[in-house]
Design a protein around this ligand. Structure first.
Ligand code: PLP
Length: 397
């Protein structure tokens, strides 16, 4: 299950050669890639704008960009926002700018693209220190020991491997207390989790407006980065920041001048997606939550270990023996399950396994096919016991 050529899709079923598989490797959490209303919105935009605005954004931005940034800013409840083609572009250009020749405090398990942005910053004179994953006390310790006045803390929002959000309030408190700017990449939270109230339909909250709103935090001393390429199925990404920073980025962040823009179809699906999100997003998130809960309750019944404590739709399942990854991958493929394999050395040996991602476009029948396959893997002793893990760590299973 690597470098596969997908020959055909039918909903969330995919065909690779002769084999049809239920796809649990897609990040299209809201199912917008298959949403009829969003698909039908595209031709009108292409009629009006052609297929691709080939100006770099600094030369000229179709008004669609202004519309996206205005609507996004309102959705996130931030001061301003700037969109660029991908999160990778943002990390590689914005982290070095914000860090300058100061010190970056980097989450030890930050996404590779954040890490790479920090490497560019390091090459331009920034120092990089790593703090332990999910450990605001360690960040506190490192910040206390640092005399550099320019301090940038870089970390993930919802983690792409564990499926858990960090304790954002604790990290924000530590960063603010030490005068550090907190830079958070919530690629997987945007569109899925959002602001919370007393009568939320699911624990995901409402409107999918990302981890800052979900945690009840503010944008004070905090820069949020996210993307439309996961929940919104579009090629575009954003940085939520003060207007002053946006103006600086417009002249100083290379992709605004030097990179090509997103295709019109992507701008169209973002605009249509923002509208659908307001009208039907919470219903789609309720569907996503229910499919995810179905998998998580099967894991509990089958006593299968997973790091997922959040109920979010990213479920990593570690193997008992890391050497079995090839055999387990082969078994899943034969059973018609497409998942993301996490093999050594991409992950440490004790985390080798496979990752399941749910989307609102998956069906209950596909989820049940997955659960049947998990039952066989348990019978064969391939997976780890959640109860044994809880006993080892002294936590509840
Ligand atoms: C946490 C995180 N950040 C960034 C990215 C990269 O996003 P983009 O494709 O917009 O560069 C990913 C994609 O997998 C991701 O999971």
């Amino acid at each position: 299950m690597m470098d596969a050529v997908i020959d055909e899709i039918d909903g969330r079923m995919i065909r690779i050669g002769d084999q049809w598989l239920a796809d649990f490797a897609s990040c299209n959490y809201l199912g917008f890639d298959l949403d009829r209303e969003i698909i039908d919105a595209i031709p009108g935009y292409i009629e009006a704008w052609g297929t691709h605005p080939s100006w770099s954004r600094l030369l000229g931005s179709p008004v669609l960009y202004e519309q996206i940034e205005d609507q996004l800013t309102a959705l996130l409840g931030c001061e301003d926002s700037l969109v660029l083609p991908t999160i990778t572009h943002i990390h590689m250009s914005v982290i070095p700018l914000l860090a300058a020749s100061g010190t970056i405090f980097l989450d030890a398990r930050a996404h590779k693209t954040i890490y790479d942005g920090c490497q560019v910053a390091r090459a331009r004179g920034a120092a990089v220190r790593r703090f332990r994953f999910e450990d605001p006390d360690h960040l506190d310790e490192l910040l206390r020991a640092e005399s550099d006045r320019t301090r940038l803390v870089c970390m993930d929002g919802v983690n792409s491997m564990t499926g858990n959000p960090p304790d954002l309030r604790a990290f924000a408190e530590v960063a603010r207390r030490h005068g550090a700017l907190l830079y958070v990449d919530d690629a997987h939270g945007f569109g899925v989790i959002g602001e919370r109230g007393s009568d939320d339909p699911t624990p995901y909250g409402r409107r999918g407006n990302s981890i800052v709103r979900h945690a009840g935090e503010t944008y004070d001393g905090l820069v949020l980065v996210g993307g439309f390429s996961k929940a919104y199925s579009s090629l575009l990404a954003f940085i939520a920041c003060p207007t002053e920073v946006k103006h600086l980025l417009k002249v100083a962040a290379p992709p605004y001048l030097y990179s090509g823009p997103s295709p019109v179809a992507s701008l169209a699906t973002v605009l249509a997606g923002l509208e659908v999100n307001e009208r039907r997003g919470d219903a789609l998130r309720a569907e996503l939550y229910s499919l995810t809960a179905r998998v998580l309750s099967a894991l509990e019944r089958l006593d299968i270990e997973t790091p997922n404590r959040s109920g979010l739709p990213i479920i990593e399942i570690p193997l008992r023996d890391h050497d079995r990854i090839g055999a387990v991958g082969h078994f899943l493929f034969e059973r018609g399950i497409y998942a993301t394999l996490a093999a050594y050395p991409l992950v440490p040996k004790d985390e080798v396994g496979f990752r399941i991602q749910l989307t609102a476009a998956n069906t209950t029948a596909e989820v049940d096919r997955l659960i049947d396959a998990l039952e066989v893997l348990v019978e064969r002793g391939e997976l780890r016991s959640a109860r044994a893990a809880a006993e080892r760590t002294g936590t509840a299973a």
